[in-house]
Design a protein around this ligand. Structure first.
Ligand code: MV4
Length: 488
C-alpha cells in the first residue's frame, strides 16, 4: 500500500492532492523550482525537494529530476496532477521501470489516446461515434483535395499529435485547403515534432461536454456523469458546470455508456475524461480522451459525492472499484469558476505579481481550491490560475445565485483578476438561461466587454476600500459594494 506520494506538480492542484493524502495517512513530498521556494505546496507537504531553475523545462518537466527526488525521499508513488508530465507516456513508463507507482494510466493508454488518429481507430472499433472524417493521415496535397471533397466543406484539418486546439485549421473554401494543410503541418511539426494531420467534418457551434470515468486494473469501469465546459476562450475553459443544461436522461445514459466503452477500449486505469462535441440536435461525437485528473474535477466530486483523488490512489494500490454504476446519481448542481491572474480589460494579459490582500469566499455550498496567500508573489513562469471557486446548489439557479454571492465576497488586491468578468457572465441572459455553446463568449462580447457604469469616483472609492481592507480588521465585514465606506 502507498505510504508516501511525491506530487510532481505545483499550485492549487498540488495542494489539493496533498489534502487527500493527509486524510489517508499518506505522507506527501513536494518538488519545487526556484520560483516556488515560498509556494503553498511546499508548506503543505511533509517534505520538499528543490528540483532546479524556474522554467518548467528545467524543473517540473525534467523526468530525471522528479525520479531522483522520488528515490531520495523514498516515495512509493508519484501523482502528476494536470499539465506538466501528467500525460507523458515516457514518464508513466519510467516510473514503472523504477518501481514507483504512477498514479495514472499506463504508457500504452496514454500514447493510444494521445495520438488522435490511433484514438479515432480505437474508438470507432468500440462502436462509439467519432466526428465524421478520416482515420488515415493525409498522405499528400492531392490526397487532401480528394478527402475534403468526399467529406464536404467545411472541415477541420487537425494534427494527430495535437489536442487543445494546437495544430488545427478550419477550412471553409476550396482554395484554402492546401494552405491550411501546410499551416497545420508546420504548426504541428514545431509544437509536437510530428506533422501528421487528418481531416474531420466541421461541427458548427458545438457544445463541449465531457464524461468523468474511473477504471480499475481489473476491468471495472464506471462513469460519473458529465461536465458542461462550453464557456471557454481561446481553448481555455472559464466556467464548468454539472449537470449540463443541454442534456436529458436518455442522452446522458447513452453517452455515459459510450464513455465507459472508450475507457475499456483504451485498457484504461485511473481517473480519465472522455470529451465529446455535441450539436444543438444532440448529435454527439467523441473528440478526445484526457488521461489525467482535470482542473474541473471538483464539480463532479460535489454533485456525485466522492473524492476523485482518493479513488485514484485506491486504484493505483490495485484495489477493485466496489461501486456499481447505479449507486451514483447527480445531486443538485455545481458550478466552477476559474480565477486567473489576468486583466479582462486588457485582452486577458497575464497579471502576475504580489498578492497584497486576499479575502476568500466561504460559507454554505462554497469550496475554494487555491494556493495563494497575502505576501505571495505569483510567478511569471507558470499558468496564471489563482484558484477555482466551486459552488453547489439544489438547483441551477441556486448555484448561480451562490456563485454571484461568492464572487462578490472574493477580494484580491495586488494583481488583476478575472473575477469581475466572471460576475458579468453570471448576469448574462444566455448563461442564466443555460442557452450557450462554445461560441458563448464571442456571441456575448458586447455584454461581457461593457465597461461598468461605476467609474471615476466609484473606482477611487474602490481603491480606498481595498486599502482599508488591507490594513484593518474591517476586511471581515463584507457589506454591500462601496457602501461600506459610509460606516467606516
Ligand atoms: C472541432 C470543432 C468542430 N468540429 N472539431 C477545439 C479544441 C480541440 N480539442 C478540438 N476543438 C474543436 N474541434 C470539429 N470536427 C470545434 C472545436 C472547438 C472547441 C471544442 C471544444 C471546446 C471548445 C472549442 C472551441 C472552438 C472550437
Amino acid at each position: 500500500m502507498i505510504k508516501k506520494v511525491l506530487v510532481a506538480n505545483r499550485g492549487e492542484i498540488a495542494v489539493r492532492v496533498m489534502r487527500t493524502c493527509r486524510e489517508l495517512g499518506i505522507q506527501s513530498v513536494a518538488v519545487y523550482s526556484d520560483a516556488d521556494r515560498n509556494s503553498m505546496h511546499v508548506r503543505f507537504a511533509d517534505q520538499a525537494y528543490h528540483i532546479g531553475p524556474s522554467p518548467s523545462n528545467e524543473s517540473y518537466l525534467v523526468i530525471d529530476k522528479i525520479i531522483k527526488a522520488a528515490k531520495k525521499s523514498k516515495a512509493d508513488a508519484i501523482h502528476p496532477g494536470y499539465g506538466f508530465l501528467s500525460e507523458n507516456a515516457e514518464f508513466s513508463d519510467r516510473c514503472k521501470k523504477e518501481g514507483i507507482i504512477f498514479i495514472g494510466p499506463s504508457s500504452y493508454s496514454i500514447s493510444n489516446m494521445g495520438d488522435k488518429i490511433t484514438a479515432r481507430r480505437t474508438i470507432t472499433k468500440a462502436g462509439v461515434p467519432v466526428v465524421p472524417g478520416t482515420t488515415d493521415p493525409l498522405t499528400s496535397e492531392d490526397d487532401a483535395l480528394k478527402v475534403v471533397k468526399e467529406i464536404g466543406l467545411p472541415v477541420m484539418i487537425k494534427a494527430s499529435a495535437g489536442g487543445g486546439g494546437k495544430g488545427m485549421r478550419l477550412v471553409k473554401n476550396n482554395e484554402d485547403i492546401i494552405p491550411s494543410m501546410r499551416a497545420a503541418k508546420s504548426e504541428a511539426k514545431s509544437a509536437f515534432g510530428d506533422d501528421t494531420v487528418y481531416v474531420e467534418k466541421y461541427i458548427e457551434s458545438p457544445h463541449h461536454i465531457e464524461f468523468q470515468i474511473l477504471a480499475d486494473r481489473h476491468g471495472n469501469v464506471i462513469h460519473l456523469f458529465e461536465r458542461e465546459c462550453s464557456v471557454q476562450r481561446r481553448h481555455q475553459k472559464v466556467i464548468e458546470e454539472t449537470p449540463s443544461p443541454l442534456m436529458n436522461p436518455k442522452i446522458r445514459e447513452e453517452m455515459g455508456k459510450h464513455a465507459v466503452e472508450v475507457a475499456k477500449a483504451a485498457k484504461y486505469e485511473g481517473a480519465g475524461t472522455i470529451e465529446f462535441i455535441v450539436d444543438d440536435n444532440l448529435n454527439y461525437y467523441f473528440l478526445e480522451m484526457n488521461t489525467r485528473l482535470q482542473v474541473e474535477h471538483p464539480i463532479t466530486e460535489r454533485v456525485v459525492g466522492i473524492d476523485l483523488v482518493r479513488e485514484q490512489i485506491n486504484i493505483a494500490n490495485g484495489l477493485k472499484l466496489t461501486y456499481k454504476q447505479d449507486e451514483f446519481s447527480q445531486n443538485g448542481h455545481a458550478i466552477e469558476c476559474r480565477i486567473y491572474a489576468e486583466d479582462p480589460d486588457n485582452n486577458f494579459l497575464p497579471s502576475p505579481g504580489l498578492i497584497q490582500h486576499i479575502t476568500e469566499p466561504l460559507g454554505f455550498g462554497v469550496r475554494h481550491d487555491g494556493y495563494v496567500y497575502e505576501g505571495y508573489e505569483i510567478p511569471i513562469y507558470y499558468d496564471p490560475l489563482i484558484s477555482k471557486l466551486i459552488v453547489w446548489g439544489k438547483t441551477r439557479q441556486e448555484a448561480i445565485d451562490r456563485m454571484k454571492r461568492a464572487l462578490f465576497a472574493y477580494k484580491i488586491t495586488g494583481v488583476k483578476t478575472s473575477i469581475k468578468f466572471l460576475e458579468k457572465i453570471m448576469n448574462t441572459p444566455d448563461f442564466v438561461n443555460g442557452n450557450y455553446n462554445t461560441h458563448f463568449i464571442q456571441n456575448n462580447k458586447n455584454f461581457l466587454e461593457a465597461i461598468e457604469k461605476c467609474q471615476g469616483d466609484c473606482k477611487a472609492m474602490a481603491i480606498i476600500a481595498a486599502f482599508a481592507l488591507q490594513s484593518s480588521s474591517a476586511k471581515y465585514s463584507i457589506g454591500k459594494k462601496y457602501e461600506r465606506l459610509e460606516i467606516m
